[in-house]
Write a protein that binds this ligand. Structure first.
Ligand code: HEM
Ligand SMILES: *[C@@H]1O[C@H](CO)[C@@H](O)[C@H](O)[C@H]1NC(C)=O
Length: 217
């Protein structure tokens, strides 16, 4: 009896510890960054993905860009249809950095420029402006690609083109109140995350970058 219960407790420990090990491995492995090149357009991006319930975020910048200066940034978001809005924070947190907030609007999307000084509904941020490269939707995903003028540098910070940057994201399962309006209100996120990467994988030859975003409105 004694031996049996010892064996049982060892087995139980093994079971618990292997489950724990698996769980933490899965959490760490979910978040990945890579270089992604669109085979159709030849534009390459720094790609961040987490798992099927979180959007894929892709960032590209012209290779002529230098740290803490004004340059355009390209952001592509491929979101599961289950999400009502998706936010991207260029400085890695909710407050005091440009926030790109996007949501589906029919077959297209609305891009909203926001800024937060506290952890409440972010307000309009006119220092960053956006032009939409493309937006679409199918049964499983909505996608938007937008070029931002004003997301590379802000009061108190900016992107580094040589070192590591921290970015953050937020998502909500709840639709915004007025999908057609960039001034719409929306409710708090159901999930947030951060990642740190250099822009090495995001650099696109300047001429190709400019040609790609040229027709965006
Ligand atoms: C009604 C709108 C929003 C409200 C009320 C809100 C509120 C909050 C609160 C209370 C926290 C701290 C607790 C927590 O982690 O959940 C937080 C964190 C965070 N929020 Fe928001 N948020 C809003 C919109 C946004 C948007 C549009 C973004 C865009 C990316 C964003 C990004 C983040 C991030 C990255 C964090 C974690 C890091 C940090 O605290 O800076 N939030 N938010
Ligand atoms: C729907 O769109 C997503 C994102 O662009 C794409 O990965 C997926 O293959 C599309 N699904 C179909 C059925 O076309």
């Amino acid at each position: 009896m004694h031996v049996l219960s010892n064996i049982l407790s060892v087995l139980l420990l093994l079971l618990l510890s292997s489950k724990e090990g698996q769980a933490s491995q899965v959490v760490e492995k979910r978040q990945t960054t890579a270089k992604y090149c669109n085979p159709g357009t030849q534009i390459c991006y720094l790609e961040y993905s987490w798992g099927p319930t979180i959007p894929v975020f892709r960032v590209a910048v012209p290779d002529s860009a230098s740290t803490n200066t004004a340059f355009d940034t390209l952001l592509q978001i491929v979101s599961p249809v289950s999400l009502g809005w998706v936010g991207f924070a260029w400085g890695g947190g909710m407050t005091l950095n440009p926030l790109t907030v996007v949501w589906p609007n029919g077959n297209g999307a609305t891009v909203s420029s926001r800024w937060a000084t506290g952890r409440t509904l972010p307000t309009a941020y006119p220092s960053a402006t956006y032009r939409t490269v493309s937006a679409s939707r199918n049964a499983t995903h909505w996608t938007v690609e937008t070029v931002c003028t004003g997301c590379s540098k802000w009061s108190g910070g900016g992107l580094s083109t040589t070192g590591v940057n921290t970015f953050a994201w937020a998502v909500s399962k709840t639709a915004v109140s007025q999908p057609g309006s960039s001034g719409s209100s929306f409710s708090i996120h159901s999930n947030v995350g951060m990642f740190s990467e250099s822009l090495a994988n995001a650099k696109v030859p300047r001429a190709a970058f400019e040609a790609y975003v040229k027709g965006a409105k």
